[in-house]
Ligand binder design. Structure first.
Ligand SMILES: [Zn+2]
Length: 246
């Protein structure tokens, strides 16, 4: 990939060492090569994670042999996602950007905007589930459980956002019983409403710390980021799960 002056793009901030960028017009060929090669070795993955393709804005390339606009770059990335899907594999990438939702099954995470960020600090503004209100039934989003996990405001528990957004839970390699209980509550909720739209979000009481979401079957989830309380209520009014908080 070359910039407007015709120079190769260059970067050395990652652990992989100094590197340029492959122009996205060539990417699909390498995706095909990689999974053909794995198949020749008898390795058939269930899915593939094409890192950063969803989250990074479109690239431009000024190489006269293969000029590329930002829109073309996103179309080339989409072709890579579709190549994975055409092989019957689960398609994943880093973050749920709207242009990529039609091509994705799941993502790595959906972090909130934080200061100093990108992954840590207090929230910029009041985090609310705007993305889920549009796309909840279209893409699976996992959530870290801990307070102040990557993309989670430092004062807030990650699993409360996971519940509010009815996402799926990350699970530690060696979880304790408390974590397993939380994971079960998240998994049960996602099993219940994972394919339903989020149809409502509201603040409860004064301030913004107590929030409620509603799903198209009538299930509601209420969380309190100050007290760590949560309550999941089924359409018939039955309490499915609740925790009294701190
Ligand atoms: Zn190019």
């Amino acid at each position: 990939m070359k910039d407007e002056e015709g120079n190769p793009e260059y970067c050395d901030i990652w652990a992989g060492g100094p590197h340029g960028w492959l122009c996205t017009c060539f990417s699909k060929g390498y995706v095909e090569r990689n999974y053909d090669t794995l198949m020749l070795h008898g390795a058939v993955p269930d899915g593939a994670y094409l890192d950063v393709f969803a989250v990074v804005p479109g690239d431009e390339c000024y190489d006269p042999l293969h000029r590329m606009t930002r829109s073309e770059s996103l179309a080339y990335r989409a072709a890579c996602f579709e190549e994975i899907r055409s092989r019957g594999m689960i398609v994943s990438s880093e973050e749920p950007a709207d242009w990529a939702v039609p091509y994705l099954d799941l993502v790595h995470h959906a972090p909130h905007a934080l200061i100093p960020g990108p992954g840590s600090g207090p929230a910029i503004g009041v985090p609310i589930p705007l993305f889920s209100l549009v796309y909840h039934d279209a893409v699976v989003v996992p959530w870290s459980l801990e307070r102040g996990a990557w993309g989670i405001p430092e004062s807030d528990l990650g699993y409360l956002y996971g519940l509010l957004n009815a996402g799926i839970p990350y699970l530690s390699i060696q979880p304790n019983d408390v974590e397993i209980g939380i994971v079960r509550a998240l998994a049960e909720l996602h099993g219940r409403v994972g394919f339903f739209e989020m149809t409502g979000h509201m603040f409860i009481g004064s301030g913004h710390r107590r929030q409620r979401t509603e799903y198209s079957d009538g299930t509601t989830v209420e969380v309190d980021f100050n007290t760590d309380e949560y309550r999941i209520v089924a359409p018939d009014g039955t309490i499915v799960a609740e925790h009294p908080g701190k």
